[in-house]
Design a protein around this ligand. Structure first.
Ligand SMILES: Cc1ncc(C[n+]2csc(CCOP(=O)(O)OP(=O)(O)O)c2C)c(N)n1
Ligand SMILES: [Mg+2]
Length: 1008
């Protein structure tokens, strides 16, 4: 007797979408087995069956919207079931030949639709096929279409059908995820041409040497650390790429770019050792870099500049950096600067790493810009550092949904070839059902606990599945491999990824963390940090991978490298030769960009007269001049995250165009205007939208094009100074490691100079952040000529002389007049300070006044007051960089300390101030620590002022008063400091305080 199972009371929800149908007609289910999954905007929920029985028909499909009372399935309940049981009983008595005949006969019988009216119950719903015959007809038609016209035609028809149903009011039956099986069916797999035996042997040797390297280092010194489990899980993923796909850079081809997962570095070293690119001594010095000839813990181009290309290990950065790398490669191609050779960018990521916002933050851009030159390989070993990535869910399914939703081509490589016959044999669909229902926490345990456990806990859930593996031993079950460890499956996935057009591809490869490590590490929670293996485990590892080492050699953790003439070494080298050379390898053949002629910024060295300008405008003007320089024009890459108008750069839109891979498909709303929003396939401006991280990644890609594309480019990224280093410090650090060349411009900088914007916008410390990066040179200039000299020198050093440094320069939005450049100050501008003006004509007392950025003008004004009102002389120094002064001071101090017997050398700051009279007062628009940096190199009284504390919104005048860096405070503090030194009476300072209404009792700004 059939019973209707319908949607039970589900609270306030109405019209909820079915996202999964978990049963089909003919399924025999138990009470509480899930029938469908419903998803509202708040949650998703499975609807379990209130009855045991056989599903006779399915009334819903994926995408349907249901409410309380909607019928889901018809089920033949227990009564029917007992009838069925007795039938089955009878069936067993029939001879096999007869059974065959009956089966054939049954297939030809068209079942009559049931006429009895079903019993209606509110129930835990189910889902099934309401008309299996009709379904079969459709499926047969589909089969016919596929075999006649191919799967593209089938897809077209399906899409048409979906669109039609949508028009008729039904909702698109769209799911974000596919079943938990491989995306590529076995019959569509392209087979690897490789010799699997040799490749396995090579892989085993790499595995061994990688693990041995970590173990040896830690035997020597347990402080050194390292990882075995990560590479162990990823070895096949790398090997298939190295043997068959990754083409190296050479004189005929630009080379694929591979972003290796940072902590799988031991595997790359182990391969390079077999290739003869690294010596045993270097391997012995893994993570011991100080004395040279050591190997970096992770990929650090700064430390291994001929080997590593991409600094990866801070989780998440690899993902977004490679997306922008792929995008920048297309930019260069579209602009006609680079040949299109179908080069690919491959990025290896951990599944745990995908939690980082940076990992997923730019995947939309990758599909929007159709980056089919980009392939992600996510090693889904289901574990991160502490434990499972998604113990209660399935990371592969989650990532599939996310990437598919973002428009990526997703290839799941879940099961290895040993599963294929089982999947083919299982006609009940139960195997896939079981695969779908297990969570990652269970999958992890399956691999940690052995074949018998898998039989009981995976297959054992359903008797039919248990039956399916009944002829297999526990050992056979244990060998049922995961896709990411199967070179055939990995090859097929890589091949498909290489051929994908119009979309980026992500390969989700399921692997086992600590693969091969046995009880000591395989699939257990502590695997990540396992850096030692006991003797027994080592012997197990040797045996598991057939490493030809004696027990004694194993106990000594010796490396193993077969002779040069061995099959393995010959094969390995031959494969790389066929693919054009070594990977990874870092080289550069970029031609330098000739520095611009000296007079390109001539007008900027002159006084601006009455004309007032901000340094931002000065910079934009200089960039415009550079766009007229033949050598430079095409190489400039202006990068702006949706702030061009703030910085007055909208003129660039029309002039050089905004890069848009599809050109401009619309008439811009402002097309009548001069600076209209012009998008162009050959556009030069990278208008990034609101993503400082993305903009920074573009800057890194452009600033390392000299090595990745052998093209020297000049990236200049202008950001809102507060949203610069503070926001993307980790990228800036990686940029230094990658030896990025280019300009970072902190626009609207200074805590009191950016007025109304307030606390979150006012930058008082970016220079200090910049100072922490060893190869970053930073300046806080005030006048147009300073900026001109600095920019010219930057171009010369970075792009003509090709020094591996980058520049951070702050510019402001305060308009003022710019004086003519004083004589002979170029060197000083670059070294960090020069004498701007002397006030020498008045009295006996003198002081040294140091100012930078916006506050230099307050210092100049203070000097005038001191001279005019108090007869105090001063030397006014423009400090373009306290950071540079400190660097020089540090260097000279160190040299002097190391040469105690020699005449001490003078630091630059001592050379400037040594013969000058008077105490020193310094002020900047940054926190005091900025100017304080030079204190150790000064042997005189030194007072520094700055803008410590939270910013707030107000006008510049009020802000400078609040932070005590305006001319009146500087005058008052200078007078007070002179009084303290007993050079003048204290009354002057007291008078000044009255005159300028300075409140002694006002709390220090840091507490306000
Ligand atoms: C930004 C950042 N945070 C933390 C770490 C420390 N860390 C290194 S590896 C790791 C776990 C990585 O797990 P997963 O991404 O799954 O990689 P697997 O080793 O499993 O392949 C963590 C937390 C890091 N390197 N970077
Ligand atoms: Mg992982």
């Amino acid at each position: 007797m059939a019973t209707e199972i319908s949607v039970p009371d589900i609270g306030d929800f109405e019209s909820i979408e079915i996202i999964e149908v978990l049963v089909k007609p003919g399924d025999v289910i138990n009470k509480n087995d899930p029938i469908v999954t419903l998803e509202s905007d708040k949650s998703s929920v499975e609807v379990p069956s209130p009855l045991a029985g056989k599903i006779s028909s399915l009334k819903v499909k994926i995408g349907d919207k249901v409410s309380k009372g909607s019928v889901l399935v018809l089920i033949e309940d227990a009564e029917t079931k007992s009838e069925q049981k007795s039938k089955e009983q009878k069936k067993e008595d029939i001879l096999p030949e007869t059974e065959k005949i009956i089966k054939q006969a049954e297939q030809t019988i068209v079942q009559k639709p049931k006429t009895e009216s079903p019993k209606k119950v509110y129930a835990r719903p189910n889902g099934s096929d309401i008309d299996p015959i009709e379904t079969k007809e459709w499926l047969d038609s589909l089969d016919a279409v596929i075999s006649k016209d191919g799967s593209d035609r089938a897809h077209y028809l399906l899409k048409k059908l979906i669109d039609e149903t949508y028009k008729e009011g039904s909702h698109r039956p769209l799911t974000r995820i596919t079943p938990y099986i491989n995306t590529i069916p076995p019959e569509s797999e392209i087979k690897s041409p490789g010799d699997q035996n040799i490749e396995r042997r090579i892989r085993s040797l790499i595995r061994w040497n990688a693990a041995a390297m970590v173990i040896k280092a830690n035997k020597k010194n347990p402080e050194l650390g390292g990882h075995i489990g990560t590479f162990a899980s990823a070895a096949t993923l790398y090997d298939v790429g190295m043997n068959h796909f990754w083409r190296a850079k050479n004189n005929k081809f630009g080379g694929d770019l591979i972003y290796f997962q940072g902590h799988s570095a031991p595997g790359m070293y182990a391969r390079a050792f077999l290739e003869g690119r690294l010596t045993e001594k270097q391997l012995n010095n893994f993570r011991q870099e100080v004395d040279g000839e050591g190997l970096s813990s992770y990929p650090h181009p700064w430390l291994m500049p001929k080997f590593w290309q991409f600094p990866i290990v801070s989780m998440g950065l690899g993902s977004i950096m490679s997306i922008y790398q792929a995008r920048f490669t297309k930019y260069l191609i579209n602009r006609g600067l680079l040949k299109d050779e179908d080069r690919k960018i491959w990025t290896f990521l951990g599944d745990g790493e995908m939690d980082e916002p940076e990992s997923l933050g730019a995947i939309g851009l990758a599909s929007r810009e159709k980056l089919d030159n980009l392939i992600f390989v996510i090693n889904c070993n289901l574990q991160r550092l502490d434990g499972p990535v998604r113990g209660n869910g399935k990371i592969i399914q989650e990532l599939e949904g996310i990437f598919r939703g973002a428009g990526w081509n997703v290839i799941k490589v879940i099961w290895g070839s040993y599963w294929d016959p089982l999947l083919a044999k299982d006609k009940s669909g139960l195997l896939i059902k079981r695969m779908n229902e297990c969570v990652d926490g269970e999958y992890q345990a399956f691999k940690a606990k052995g074949g018998a456990y898998v039989r009981e806990n995976f297959f054992g859930k359903y008797s039919k599945l248990k039956e399916l593996v009944s002829t297999m031993t526990d050992g056979d079950i244990w060998k049922l491999n995961r896709g990411g460890h199967d070179p055939h499956k990995v090859y097929a996935a890589y091949d498909a990824a290489m051929k994908t057009k119009g979309q980026p591809t992500v390969i989700l490869a399921k692997t086992i963390k600590g693969y091969g490590m046995g009880k000591s590490g395989e699939s257990i929670n502590i695997t990540h940090q396992q850096k030692k293996l006991g003797e027994e485990d080592l012997l197990y590892y040797r045996d598991r991978f057939d490493i030809p080492l004696t027990d004694k050699q194993v106990k000594n953790v010796e490396f193993y490298k077969p002779g040069e003439k061995s099959e393995e070494i010959k094969y390995l080298k031959e494969r790389r030769m066929m693919l054009g050379g070594n990977i990874p390898e870092r080289t550069s053949y970029a031609k330098p960009i000739k520095k611009p002629s000296k007079d390109i910024f001539k007008s900027m060295l002159k006084s601006s007269g009455e004309h007032k300008m901000s340094t931002t405008m000065v910079l934009v003007r200089m960039l415009t001049s550079l766009l007229r320089d033949q050598n430079i024009a095409s190489k400039l890459v202006p990068i702006i995250p949706d702030e061009a108008r703030t910085f007055g750069m909208e003129g660039f839109f029309q002039k050089i165009g905004i890069y848009a891979h599809e050109g401009q498909k619309y008439e811009p709303v402002d097309s009548e205007q001069l600076s209209f929003y012009r998008e162009d396939k050959k556009g030069q401006v990278l208008e990034e939208g609101i993503t400082e991280a993305g903009a920074m990644c573009s800057w890194i890609a452009a600033g390392t094009a000299y090595t990745n594309h052998d093209l020297e480019m000049i990236p200049i990224y202008l950001f809102y100074s507060m949203f610069g280093f503070q926001r993307i410090m980790d990228f800036a650090w990686a940029a230094g490691d990658a030896q990025t060349r280019g300009f970072l411009i902190g626009a609207t900088s200074g805590k009191t100079t950016l007025a109304g914007e307030g606390l979150q916008h006012q930058d008082g410390h970016s220079h200090l952040l910049a100072s922490t990066i060893p190869n970053c040179i930073s300046y806080d200039p005030t006048f147009s000529y300073e900026l001109a000299i600095i920019l010219q020198e930057g171009l010369r050093r970075m792009h003509d002389k090709q020094e591996n440094i980058f520049y951070y320069i702050t510019v402001m939005n305060e308009n003022y007049q710019h004086p003519e450049m004083p004589k002979d100050c170029e060197k000083g501008i670059l070294k960090g300070m020069y004498l701007f003006k002397e006030f020498n004509n008045k009295g006996k007392t003198k002081i040294q006044l140091l100012g930078c950025g916006a506050i230099l003008r307050e210092i100049i004004a203070a000097a005038e007051i001191l001279s005019k009102d108090y007869n105090i002389d001063s030397d006014v120094w423009s400090v373009t960089s306290f950071n540079e002064l400190r660097n020089d001071g540090m260097k000279i101090e160190r040299k002097n300390l190391l040469n105690p017997g020699k005449k001490p050398e003078k630091s630059y700051i001592e050379k400037c101030l040594g013969n000058k009279e008077g105490l020193i007062v310094a002020a900047s628009d940054y926190i005091k620590t900025y100017a304080d940096q030079i204190r150790p190199y000064i042997s005189r009284s030194f007072y520094s002022f700055g803008t410590d504390g939270y910013g707030r919104s107000d006008g510049r005048k009020n802000l400078r008063k609040f932070f005590e860096v305006d001319k009146e405070y500087i005058v008052t503090y200078a007078l007070s400091a002179l009084a303290k030194e007993q050079l003048i009476s204290s009354k002057y300072a007291e008078e000044a305080m009255k005159k300028y209404k300075i409140d002694k009792d006002k709390p220090i700004p840091t507490v306000l």
